[in-house]
Design a protein around this ligand. Structure first.
Ligand code: GDP
Length: 148
């Protein structure tokens, strides 16, 4: 298994409910390293560009409004099989289908207010990391073994 980087976001609903600490704890306890992090409120234009792939979907406008409705925490994560591992920690997009113990099962209330984002492939991760972070903002750590 390869060391990878992925992009995670703690969405406005989870920030508003003060779940930042618990979510970061789950990420770290599951063997992923936080190698960059920033908190900001996205503009509508930034949110629309980030979710450009969904622009034809009926929920796009609601998604953009929600993602720019308050501060988010944007994280670069690193670890063995990080893309898939973080998706597993997050749980299914619809919290009603999310496995027990996942972030979305425990902190999300609905499919449109679902607490976290995570890149869905290494290609997406590379694009999303570049969207939010400059090279010099990322502090990679050598992960030499699976800490799971
Ligand atoms: P993710 O990778 O699990 O976040 O899911 P997607 O990339 O498919 O969708 C991006 C985000 O759009 C999701 O996290 C949801 O917040 C939202 N979304 C996806 N599908 C739906 C839907 O059918 N209805 C609504 N209202 N929102 C959706």
């Amino acid at each position: 298994m390869q060391t990878q980087k992925t992009l995670g976001i703690i969405k406005p609903d989870a920030v508003e409910k003060s779940h930042i600490g618990e979510i970061l704890d789950r990420i770290e306890k599951n063997g992923l390293c936080i190698i960059a992090m920033k908190m900001k409120t996205l503009s509508q234009a930034e949110a629309a560009e980030f979710y450009d792939i969904h622009k034809e979907r009926p929920f796009f406008n609601d998604l953009v409004s929600f993602m720019s409705s308050g501060p988010v925490v944007i994280m670069a994560l690193e670890g063995v099989d990080a893309v898939h591992r973080y998706r597993q920690i997050m749980g299914a997009t619809n919290p009603q289908n999310a496995a027990p113990g996942t972030i979305r099962a425990d902190f999300a209330e609905s499919i449109d207010h679902n607490a976290v984002h995570g890149s869905d492939s290494t290609e997406t991760a590379a694009r999303e990391l570049k969207f939010f972070f400059n090279e010099d903002e990322i502090c990679p750590r050598l992960v030499t073994q699976d800490r799971h």
